[in-house]
Design a protein around this ligand. Structure first.
Ligand code: FES
Length: 128
């Protein structure tokens, strides 16, 4: 799934914060058609660890943040989809509660000498 073709530099979020960035993806439909999408990813910092995710809830596909850029629960311990309340582990992306049947879609992230890089695009995502 994560077959990125190039990288973009983003700011490093502060602890317990997230920043959003654009990411292109291709959805592979069961009938073989492919749809190019302009989506959003988000980069989090939790316990000093960076993680990047598609801003696409695995339950019904909505962005997780109703308030732009706000992804964390009130106590800062989980990532939350504000559509139906699914909660995810901030380091693994695993679904901890709510209607989702799988975890968040991870994206690659690199940090080299203080420069943070995330992918410009992800490979085909199979919906079947
Ligand atoms: S769309 Fe995220 S919990 Fe339903």
């Amino acid at each position: 799934m994560n077959q990125q073709c190039s990288w973009q530099q983003v700011d490093r979020p502060c602890e317990g914060q997230a920043i959003c960035f654009p990411v292109r993806s291709v959805i592979q439909l069961p009938d073989g058609r492919r749809i190019d999408l302009e989506e959003q990813g988000f980069l989090t910092c939790f316990q000093g660890e960076l993680r990047a995710w598609r801003n696409h809830c695995p339950h019904a596909g909505s962005p997780l943040d109703w308030i732009p850029g706000q992804f964390y629960s009130d106590d800062g311990e989980r990532l939350v989809c504000h559509t139906h309340g699914a909660q995810f582990h901030p380091l693994t992306g695993a679904c901890l509660s709510g209607p989702c049947t799988r975890g968040l879609f991870p994206l690659e992230v690199q940090e080299q000498e203080g420069v943070v890089l995330v992918p410009v695009s992800v490979g085909a995502i199979n919906t079947s």
